[in-house]
Write a protein that binds this ligand. Structure first.
Ligand code: ZN
Ligand code: ZN
Length: 467
C-alpha cells in the first residue's frame, strides 16, 4: 500500500512537493520546490519541511524551475542524503538555477542582517549555503526520456517530454505489489502545444492515479500566431512614441522563446531598429544551455532553421546585446529610446528589472510586457492587476507605462489542452488537481465533470491519499 501526501502546490501554484511512500518504492519526494512571492528572505526563512529529510530515499524532479527545485539545497542541509533523479537537461539547468538562487538569497540575507544589526535585532542564520547547492548538484542523476529507471525494491520510473521548458518531464511511476501493478502519473508542468522550441507534451494513456497541474484551468491562451501579431503591434506603437520596452524575463524558457520570436521578426525585416538587451546573467547562461540542445530539440520550428541559425539564438537575433556585468546593465538606463530590455526576475520580485522600472515605469512612452504567470503577492501581479502606484526601494512610483500581457507566450497548457491531455487516459484515472489557485481549480473540476463526467479531487496542503 502506497500513499501520497501533498506538501506544496496544493491549491497554490508554487512550492511543488509531494511525498510518495510505500513498501516497494520507499520514500520518494516528487519535486522540492520553493514558494514564490513576498519578501524572499522572510519567505525562505519560513520554509519548513513537514517531514524529516533524512528519511527520504530519493527526489524525482519534474523540471528545473525553482518552484519545483528551489528547496533541494535546504533538503540536503536538513539531512537528505539520496539522489535527485531528473533528465539530463534538467541537471544542466539546475546548476545555473540553484547557484543563482543561493547567490540572491545570501545577498538579501546579508542586507537584512545589516538592518537587523542597526535595529538591535538578532541576526538570521542562512537556512542553506553554497556548500549545500554543491552537494545537491553532485547528487543529480540525469536520464533520458523514456528510459526505465529502477526505484526502490520493486518500482520503476520513466520521464516523458512535458514540452514546458528544456528538460521538463511528465513522471510515470509504476508500483508493483504482489503481482499487481499501479501506475502513478505526475504531470509536472505541461507545455503549450503550439509554443516554439518545445515539443507538444507527450500523451500517455494509462494511469491509475493522476496528479495534474491546473495553473490555467480556467483560461485559454491566445494562439502563438496571434501573439506574434500582438507583439509586433505593441513594439511598433511604442517605437513610434520613442519609448522603450521592458520585459520581466523568466530566465528559463520564456526568454528563449522571446529571443526566437524577435529573431523571426528581425529576419522578416519587421523589428524596426530596436536594440535588444538581455540583461540577466542567469538568462544568458541558460540561453547558452538551450543553444547546446537546440539541435537535439526536435521541434518543428527549429528544424526549419538554417544550420547557422540553429547553432545559437544569439546568431539568430543579431541585434541582441548581452549585459552580464552591472556596468553593462546600468549603461542601458542611459538609452533614451528604442531599447527592448529583457531582465529578471519574471515576476519582478527582485533582479535588474526593478532598476529599469525605477528609471522608466513613470513615463507613458514606455511599455512593460509580461510574458507569463504572475503569482499572488508579487510586484508583477500588483502591476498586472492595475495598480496606479507601486513601492520599490522604499519609494513610491506612479505606473504610467503601458502594461501588456502576452498570454500566448505562456509555458503552460491552457484549459482546452489540459482537458484534452487528461482525456488521453483510458480508462479514466483517479485524478487530483495540483499546482493551481482555487478559482482555476474549481473551474477546471467543473468543466471536467460536465465534459468528461470525471470527478476530481483538489487536495489541500497536508492531505494524504492511499493509492
Ligand atoms: Zn515550470
Ligand atoms: Zn510550476
Amino acid at each position: 500500500m502506497a500513499t501520497i501526501t501533498f506538501h506544496g502546490a496544493a491549491q497554490e501554484v508554487t512550492g511543488s512537493c509531494h511525498l510518495l511512500e510505500g513498501a516497494g518504492v520507499g520514500r520518494i519526494l516528487l519535486d522540492c520546490g520553493m514558494h514564490q512571492g513576498g519578501d524572499a528572505v522572510r519567505r525562505i526563512q519560513d520554509e519548513e519541511f513537514a517531514f524529516d529529510p533524512a528519511t527520504i530515499d530519493a527526489v524525482v524532479l519534474s523540471h528545473a524551475h525553482l518552484d519545483h527545485s528551489g528547496l533541494l539545497p535546504k533538503l540536503y542541509h536538513d539531512g537528505f542524503n539520496g539522489p535527485v533523479i531528473c533528465t539530463r537537461a534538467t541537471a544542466e539547468l539546475l546548476d545555473v538555477m540553484l547557484n543563482d538562487s543561493v547567490g540572491l538569497y545570501l545577498r538579501d540575507l546579508e542586507r537584512t542582517n545589516v538592518r537587523n544589526a542597526r535595529r538591535g535585532r538578532p541576526l538570521l542564520d542562512p537556512i542553506y549555503t553554497q556548500e549545500d547547492v554543491e552537494t545537491a548538484l553532485k547528487n543529480c542523476e540525469g536520464h533520458q526520456y523514456k528510459e526505465t529507471i529502477p526505484l526502490g525494491d520493486s518500482a520503476s520510473l520513466r520521464f516523458h517530454d512535458a514540452g514546458h521548458i528544456l528538460g521538463s518531464a511528465i513522471v510515470e511511476i509504476t508500483l508493483r505489489e504482489q503481482e499487481k501493478e499501479k501506475v502513478l502519473v505526475f504531470s509536472g508542468d505541461l507545455g503549450k502545444g503550439d509554443s516554439v522550441l518545445m515539443n507538444e507534451p507527450a500523451v500517455l494513456e494509462k494511469a491509475d492515479v493522476l496528479l495534474v497541474e491546473s495553473t490555467y484551468g480556467d483560461r485559454e491562451h491566445r494562439g502563438e500566431q496571434d501573439t506574434i501579431i500582438q507583439l509586433r503591434e505593441i513594439l511598433s506603437e511604442t517605437w513610434q512614441q520613442g519609448g522603450n520596452v521592458m520585459i520581466p524575463a523568466f530566465a528559463v524558457g520564456r526568454t528563449q522563446d522571446l529571443l526566437f520570436h524577435l529573431g523571426c521578426l528581425h529576419n522578416q525585416g519587421e523589428l524596426d531598429n530596436w536594440q535588444v538587451f538581455l540583461d540577466s546573467p542567469m538568462a544568458i547562461a541558460v540561453t547558452r544551455i538551450y543553444d547546446r540542445w537546440l539541435k537535439l530539440l526536435d521541434a518543428d520550428d527549429v528544424r526549419q532553421l538554417s544550420d547557422a541559425h540553429r547553432s545559437s539564438l544569439e546568431k539568430f537575433l543579431p541585434t541582441l546585446n548581452l549585459a552580464s556585468s552591472t556596468e553593462e546593465s546600468m549603461a542601458i538606463n542611459r538609452i533614451k529610446g528604442g531599447a527592448i530590455v529583457i531582465a529578471g526576475s519574471g515576476m519582478c520580485t527582485g533582479g535588474r528589472i526593478r532598476h529599469h522600472f525605477k528609471g522608466r515605469i513613470w513615463d507613458s512612452r514606455n511599455t512593460i510586457i509580461f510574458t507569463g504567470y504572475q503569482a499572488k503577492g508579487t510586484l508583477g501581479r500588483v502591476i498586472v492587476d492595475g495598480a496606479k502606484t507601486i513601492k520599490m526601494f522604499g519609494d513610491e512610483y506612479v505606473v504610467k507605462a503601458r502594461v501588456e500581457t502576452l498570454g500566448g507566450l505562456s509555458a503552460h497548457a491552457g484549459r482546452r489542452e489540459l482537458l484534452a491531455w487528461i482525456k488521453g487516459f483510458q480508462p479514466q484515472p483517479r485524478t487530483l488537481l495540483v499546482h493551481g489557485e482555487p478559482a482555476a481549480q474549481d473551474a477546471m473540476a467543473d468543466k471536467l465533470w460536465r465534459d468528461q463526467q470525471l470527478k476530481v479531487s483538489i487536495p489541500s496542503r497536508g492531505d494524504s491519499i492511499v493509492l
